[in-house]
Design a protein around this ligand. Structure first.
Ligand code: SF4
Length: 127
């Protein structure tokens, strides 16, 4: 895949000691939950799919964008690492692309909903 591949666009970071132990576990199971290292990436259904399907080209709007994102989400739908991919994108607040079956807008909405819910819960605790 190209340099803008959703699976390679995030700079690799050296795993910490804690993540190294998770990595051992992931090698045993074949699926990594290590967000720093990201072994799960090599198992993605998008591995051999053109990365432009997952990232919006400059100026893309409306139906074209909706059609491309729907296509990307269909690729994600049966991906064996959908959960790992989604959790990663949410954890790092990935601003671009479709990850784990969620578009940029999907992630923004989810983040806003969670913040509102957390704020409501905090306010209720003060009562
Ligand atoms: S969930 Fe989608 S973006 Fe993530 S690895 Fe799978 S196919 Fe790729």
């Amino acid at each position: 895949m190209s340099d803008t591949d959703p699976m390679t666009s995030v700079p690799a970071r050296a795993p910490s000691t804690a993540s190294a132990s998770r990595r051992e576990n992931s090698l045993r199971t074949g699926l990594s939950t290590d967000r720093d290292y990201g072994d799960w990436r090599i198992l993605g259904s998008c591995r051999n799919v053109e990365s432009s399907l997952f990232f919006s080209p400059e100026g893309e709007r409306g139906r074209d964008r909706a059609r491309r994102e729907a296509h990307a989400k269909r690729v994600c739908q049966d991906c064996r690492v959908l959960i790992e991919c989604r959790e990663y994108a949410l954890a790092v607040a990935e601003p671009y692309g479709t990850w784990g079956g969620m578009s940029e807008a999907d992630r923004r909405r989810r983040t806003h909903r969670r913040r509102r819910r957390d704020a409501r819960t905090s306010a209720e605790r003060l009562l």
